[in-house]
Design a protein. Structure first.
Length: 263
């Protein structure tokens, strides 16, 4: 199967290229908002499957809603219109997180920020335009090559650095390697449609950091709890863990595996 990954330089994109032995197209190689360039790519590479990992993140979406819509909605639509089959990633932030419970795929999404709204519209556009679409909602993904809080906090703590960790926002978290392995299984079994793929359990950035401290033997006092309002400019939904049909290993086990492979 010929697989092309778009947004290939990012966290999920680079893991997908590696796992699938796919052709990776970075932003520089292909801007997914350019419909003509997308059509040319299809004609040149003739992929059987496109794995779309291009995205505009939470804070940038709030700063530039037009760009957010172009990349998170129109770009995926450009790909879905011409792809024989597509994997498209979405997010727990399609939910409002007002109730303290896990969200299932048939729960009604009610996004509270621009990222969530564009991710929801993106998944709907892809589902409408491509019959063989796999829509994968994941949450707080960590792994190699990303300078995010959850991907780097173990190194900062080991170095003795104090970290401020948000303690009042809760969600599932996901090791990128577990994510791509699970997506590969979904593709192999041709299970088209909407899926939630996350590690089991629920965490806040604070409990995540405390567990990272435990694993690397750092002083837990280095983790300073903070409210989301103190740390983030953009509102995050408060409690959005995802219910999965096929549970992956617990996030603590996945975090230990990540730290062992990327000390
Ligand atoms: N990371 C998470 O915690 C998380 C959680 C839930 C869901 N997801 C979903 O997982 C998917 C992948 O996220 P990620 O964390 O891997 O993102 P990422 O690390 O931020 O990578 C996104 C990539 O998209 C590229 N890109 C931006 N605009 C583009 C365009 N117009 N055309 C082509 N490429 C473009 C970026 O390149 P430049 O930087 O060069 O612009 C970047 O390499 C997304 O659908 C996201 O919503 C992520």
């Amino acid at each position: 199967m010929r697989i092309v990954v778009t947004g290939a330089a990012g966290l999920v994109g680079s893991a997908a290229v590696q796992h699938f032995g796919a052709t990776g197209l970075t932003h520089r190689d292909l801007d997914i908002t350019n419909a003509t360039a997308v059509q040319k790519m299809i004609a040149d590479l003739r992929p059987d499957l496109i794995v779309n990992c291009a995205v505009i993140g939470v804070d940038e979406c709030e700063r530039d809603p037009a760009l957010a819509r172009a990349v998170n909605v129109d770009g995926p639509a450009n790909l879905a219109r011409v792809a024989p089959s597509i994997v498209h990633f979405s997010s727990n932030y399609v939910f409002d997180g007002r109730d303290e419970r896990f969200y299932a795929t048939d729960d009604v999404p009610r996004p509270i920020n621009e990222y969530g709204r564009t991710k929801l519209d993106g998944e709907r556009a892809v589902a409408e335009l491509c019959q063989r679409a796999f829509i994968i909602r994941s949450s707080w993904i960590f792994g190699r090559g990303k300078e995010s809080f959850i991907s780097t906090v173990h190194r900062r703590l080991r170095a003795g650095e104090r970290v401020r960790a948000v303690s009042d926002v809760w969600a599932s978290t996901t090791y990128v390697r577990d994510l791509v392995e699970s997506v590969a299984e979904i593709i192999d079994n041709n299970v088209y449609g909407l899926h939630h793929v996350v590690n089991a359990g629920v965490c806040s950035n604070e409990t995540f950091a405390l567990d990272a401290a435990r694993i690397v033997g750092a002083d837990p006092q280095l983790v300073e709890p903070a409210s989301t309002g103190e740390v983030h400019h953009t509102a995050r939904p408060r409690y959005t863990p995802l219910l999965t049909t096929k549970p992956l290993r617990d996030w603590r086990e996945a975090l230990a595996a990540y730290i062992q492979s990327e000390p």
